[in-house]
Ligand binder design. Structure first.
Ligand SMILES: *[C@@H]1O[C@H](CO)[C@@H](O)[C@H](O)[C@H]1NC(C)=O
Ligand SMILES: *[C@@H]1O[C@H](CO)[C@@H](O)[C@H](O)[C@H]1NC(C)=O
Ligand SMILES: *[C@@H]1O[C@H](CO)[C@@H](O)[C@H](O)[C@H]1NC(C)=O
Length: 372
């Protein structure tokens, strides 16, 4: 069925897209990358990433099995199925890595290194061509942007992984002290790429709501917003129904920050022209027997986790449950990584948050393509 017509279309696309892509490569180094539209992102990413995927050659050889509407690049692959495949990740232990990266890992004395990858055999993963972004790809993508991460210790670990990606491992060691000062905010600017990053230490969902109101009043919005709270609440309040009430209030406060779309329009409030990409950082799997205090073991049970999760579901805050925010599903990731990836039953190894960072960046790419 793969006839001359499709091949002609493909050839025409190559002729058209490659030069445009090259133009995109030069232009991509500014903040417009996020917002100047999907075509631009498709091109820039295509050019940055094509060398890393075998896709182009395999695409041509395997395109006879492609539906004719998806002959060109992953942008034509179904957006929803790509979004839903993003968490199809597996973790494995890589012993060789420590030999390859002689210098950095020998200093920590680690022989074994946990790694992660998208499940190769997964159809959605194959079609969507998710990529672990390199430092320079991530820098290009985030160049000039303002990222705000607000939440508890999980959010802080997420910030560490994001900074590891854009700064590199050595640089992060320098800032690790500041970053890990408990219960404090952290602000930094990655000068080389002009990325501004704010970490805001937040205990409760109600604090996130206050933050949303503050941003709305100031009318300045970050480009990427990652929020999440729950663990602290579970330990110190331990009341799922109350949690549900505050999540619903948070949702109401988030709505005006989002682009107006028919299903999200709550009232006829004016909406900012530039809306942030918003992510909800889910709670990890809790392993009660490994938690480090009696109080935690008593209150932070599996049953309580599910009660809290049910409230999140009912509040329709995250998109999986019909809401506006993209869920970074730390529970799914941490369960896949398992007991071997945690020492205290609630904070997981960097590899889990690293995977979450790459899920977030790939989600941004998929979203941007969708806007075409
Ligand atoms: C970031 O963008 C600026 C221009 O806005 C450019 O000069 C700089 O080289 C870019 N940096 C990276 C790492 O892409
Ligand atoms: C690895 O480390 C050893 C000593 O620690 C050093 O002699 C060797 O040159 C290193 N290899 C590489 C590839 O860096
Ligand atoms: C966070 O929320 C709690 C409970 O609603 C409140 O007691 C606390 O003052 C808030 N913290 C900040 C910094 O607003």
């Amino acid at each position: 069925m793969f006839g001359a017509v499709q091949f002609g279309v493909l050839a025409a696309c190559i002729v058209l897209f490659v030069p445009m892509g090259l133009a995109g490569w030069h232009l991509s180094r500014n903040k417009m990358l996020f917002f100047s539209g999907a075509l631009f992102i498709t091109l820039a990413v295509g050019v940055h990433l094509t060398p890393y995927f075998p896709s182009f050659s395999t695409l041509i050889s395997s395109s006879s099995s492609f539906p004719s509407s998806s002959t060109v690049v992953s942008s034509s692959v179904n957006h929803d199925s790509c979004i839903s495949s993003l968490h199809d990740i597996e973790f494995y232990t890589n012993i060789q890595d420590s030999r390859v990266n002689n210098d950095s890992s020998s200093s920590t004395g680690e022989k074994m290194k946990n790694s992660w990858k998208w499940v190769d055999s997964d159809k959605g993963v194959m079609d969507c061509e998710f990529q672990k972004l390199s430092k320079s790809d991530a820098s290009d993508l985030l160049n000039g942007s303002w990222v705000v991460v607000a939440g508890d210790s999980q959010a802080r670990l997420m910030v560490v992984s994001l900074l590891e990606l854009v700064l590199g491992l050595e640089e992060i060691e320098r800032v690790r002290g500041d970053l890990f000062e408990r219960h404090s905010d952290y602000h930094t600017t990655v000068d080389v790429i002009g990325m501004k990053l704010d970490f805001i230490w937040v205990r409760y969902v109600s604090n996130l709501t206050d933050l949303m109101v503050e941003f709305r009043e100031k009318r300045v919005f970050p480009d990427v917003f990652v929020i999440g709270a729950g663990l602290w609440d579970m330990l110190h309040v331990n009341n799922a129904a109350d949690y549900g009430v505050s999540v619903r209030m948070l949702k109401d406060s988030v709505m005006p920050l989002l682009p107006v779309t028919p299903e999200f329009e709550v009232d006829d409030r004016r909406v900012a022209v530039r809306s942030p990409h918003m992510f909800w950082l889910g709670m990890p799997m809790l392993i009660s027997s490994m938690l480090n205090t009696e109080e935690k073991r008593e209150k932070m049970t599996d049953a309580m986790w599910y009660a809290y999760d049910k409230q999140l579901y009912k509040s329709k805050l995250v998109r999986n449950f019909g809401g506006p925010l993209f869920l970074l599903d730390i529970h799914s990731l941490s369960s896949r990584c398992g007991r071997a990836c945690t020492v205290d039953g609630m904070h997981y190894d960097g590899v889990v948050y690293e995977a979450a960072v790459h899920i977030m960046l790939n989600a941004l790419l998929v979203e941007s393509q969708q806007r075409l």
